[in-house]
Ligand binder design. Sequence first.
Ligand code: NI
Length: 184
Amino acid sequence: MQNTDDIFEEIVVAPDERLKTECAPIEEITPEVRELAERMLRDMYATEGCGLAAPQVGELVQMVVIDVDYTDKKRNPYVLINPEIVVADGEEREFPEGCLSFPGITVRVTRPTHVIVRARNLDGDLMQYEAENNLMAVCLQHEIDHLHGITMVDHLRPLKRAAKMHEYQDALAAGAKPGETDFE
Ligand code: NI
């Protein structure tokens, strides 16, 4: 087990071109792909995040890991390979989001409340996930955005975005670490 400082080192934080890049689909589930999934899950749990996308550890491929309701004793990890949002509808709702790549800030993002996502799992099976009006619905959209070079601040109007980026720079300067939100 690496210590937490090494994991913080591994997380790509904004601004970074890798967070603005369209990621490549995964053609084949190789041992390297499985290792990447393990590494991402380890980093997500270590930083107490509920999701992590491959570009956030510097790998520009279409993989996300999600676990929205784990405890020390019970984990329920999902690994989504080449995920695709096939339905995003329902009433739009604003929800406070954090991101390991933006230490120290929380951003209120408005998104559709109902999504259906198709993705391969690590066995190569095509899976379908549906979530409505919950953290999973938010998390799926947030993480899949990362695979297309989109981060939570990109959903804000220009003035709000500028203010949030200012707040973010202050938090970084004050030493905020991945996994911390509303840093003071
Ligand atoms: Ni994120």
